[in-house]
Design a protein around this ligand. Structure first.
Ligand SMILES: [Zn+2]
Length: 238
């Protein structure tokens, strides 16, 4: 395997959330991976994955889903310390509102589970970090009405581009990894350059050799969770 796209969600020192990784563990993982991979911006990884191009070095890119506030508080400083960049897929319709993701509303938590604000995003952007769309409302695109899905894909792009101009929003990430041939087509028609999924995996065998170009609208990532041990990380990224 020559290329690796990591999918994180949260980094913090207060949560038992299965999506949350302690900052000290996050550091350990980056240290470990930096010895095996050359970290590059996501756009470079996409170019390698979608062309018949065999990079001499093993390449890795870092992504975060959902747009949690702890990305700003804990992940961003560690990434800067390692001199790395990352792409954050944010729930565009909830940024700048007090809305929580549905998974957090149920548990009744608030401040620590809140999402990023536009000023926080703007600060991160100034240091070279990039942002992509994770839909408007974290919708399950393959199971909702197609017109609604088109809105989730298109309006989130407009919101991001309004706040992050002049850069176009090139990348989309399907909430829940839920997509269909139709939603993939919508993402392409809306003008995104690529889209990402996080398949449930056993080992790393699902990642195709780089000589077989992947469909750029369902690029596979490796999910890292609270229960992922360093050994599992090794298995997922050997
Ligand atoms: Zn998500």
């Amino acid at each position: 395997m020559n290329t690796l796209i990591l999918a994180y969600h949260r980094v913090n020192d207060w949560s038992e959330d299965t999506l949350a990784i302690h900052p000290a563990i996050f550091r350990k993982q980056l240290n470990y991976l930096a010895g095996k991979y050359q970290f590059v911006p996501l756009s470079e990884l996409v170019a390698a994955r979608t062309k018949r191009f065999n990079p001499e070095k093993r390449l890795a890119a870092i992504t975060f889903d959902d747009g949690y506030f702890d990305n700003y508080l804990h992940a961003w400083p560690v990434l800067k310390e390692f001199n790395l960049t990352a792409t954050f897929f944010i729930t565009a319709g909830y940024i700048g509102t007090s809305k929580l993701l549905a998974r957090d509303e149920k548990s009744g938590k608030t401040e620590k589970d809140r999402l990023l604000t536009w000023p926080e995003i703007s600060e991160m952007k100034k240091t070279g970090f990039t942002f992509g769309s994770h839909s408007l409302t974290h919708a399950n695109l393959a199971s909702i009405d197609p017109e609604q899905a088109r809105k989730e894909i298109g309006e989130s792009k407009k919101i991001l581009e309004t706040h992050l101009q002049p850069e176009p929003t090139a990348f989309f990430c399907y909430p829940f990894g839920s997509y269909s041939p139709e939603t993939k087509k919508m993402v392409a028609e809306t003008g995104y350059q690529a889209a990402f999924v996080t398949p449930a995996i056993k080992g790393a065998s699902f990642i195709k050799n780089i000589f077989t170009p992947e469909d750029r609208f369902s690029l596979k990532r490796v999910g890292i969770y609270r229960h992922t041990t360093l050994r599992q990380l090794w298995l997922k990224t050997f």
